[in-house]
Design a binder for this molecule. Structure first.
Ligand code: BT5
Length: 255
């Protein structure tokens, strides 16, 4: 039905019309023992979510809303690498299949023409320093028109249709994403993070530029240098010192 030529990713695909969140279904299936590579896809989500209890607007059949269930044999501290891996896969597919250059805004946003086109949500269940499973959620705005976005998103979100003036085949895109994700993931397990880091930096948003960065207790201007293999962001502060950060929001300078 999906015409997939993958080895393990999507060997089982659960496709629903409307669900609160594909993340929740994936968690439930994982706890019931579902296998590595199970994929949950919804046409529409009524309660899509982002990080930190934020909402992910996906009450539309014009996007890709899916969750991948992964059972990687890597230490839990390496899990953030999978978010970065997924981001490179999405940026790569947008470049190769849609012919647009999107950028990856650390840690998990895909930005096209300075607006958010996709987001990634990685949730991990770990016990005694072992990953039980990871649910990796991917949301991409594909064929929405501008007026379909809620008011608060209109100036910060975009879709492939808005940016290319064309509609895109959602199934084809899912197929490409799953195929490339599997290849990239297998390569990563065999060869480590180095190639992902290189790729990530070729798509890094505002790399080498000065941005405004905000953490819970601090806002300052800094220069983004790249990412570290543990998933942290490497920055260079105005005093010349480099620093690694693990949680922050990045804004354009002056915003
Ligand atoms: C994310 O969170 O960007 C992760 C999004 C993951 C969504 C997928 S869809 C399949 C799976 N099932 C789910 O329920 N979730 C995953 P975060 O970095 O926290 O960004 C959230 C913020 O993005 C919101 O606060 C809004 O500002 C903005 N936003 C919400 N919906 C958006 C949309 N459709 N397009 C662009 N920006 C959006």
């Amino acid at each position: 039905q999906w015409g997939l030529h993958t080895k393990w990713l999507g060997s089982k695909i659960i496709h629903k019309k409307s669900v609160p969140s594909t993340q929740n279904i994936a968690h439930q299936l994982a706890q019931e023992g579902a296998q590595h590579g199970t994929v949950i896809i919804a046409d529409e989500q009524t309660a899509g979510r982002g990080r930190l209890e934020r909402k992910w607007h996906s009450m539309s059949e014009q996007g890709i809303w899916m969750s991948l269930l992964l059972r990687p044999k890597i230490p839990p501290i390496q899990a953030p690498q999978l978010t970065l891996l997924a981001a490179t896969v999405l940026a790569d597919i947008l470049l190769k299949k849609v012919n647009v250059k999107a950028y990856i805004k650390w840690p998990n946003d895909i930005i096209l023409n300075d607006k958010k086109i996709a987001g990634i949500l990685t949730e991990m269940q770990a016990e005694q320093d072992q990953i039980q499973y990871i649910v990796l959620g991917i949301g991409i705005n594909v064929n929405q028109s501008h007026h379909e976005f809620p008011e608060e998103l209109k100036s910060i979100a975009t879709s492939l249709k808005i940016e290319t003036n064309k509609t895109h085949n959602i199934r084809d895109l899912i197929q490409s994403i799953l195929t490339t994700f599997e290849q990239t993931y297998d390569h990563y397990l065999q060869n480590g993070f180095h190639d992902i880091k290189m790729k990530w930096e070729s798509f890094g948003y505002k790399l080498g530029e000065t941005v405004n960065i905000t953490t819970p207790n601090h806002t300052w201007n800094t220069t983004i240098l790249g990412i570290e293999s543990d998933g942290g962001l490497l920055i260079k502060n105005p005093d010349g010192k480099t620093e690694k950060i693990y949680s922050a929001e990045i804004y354009n300078e002056g915003n």
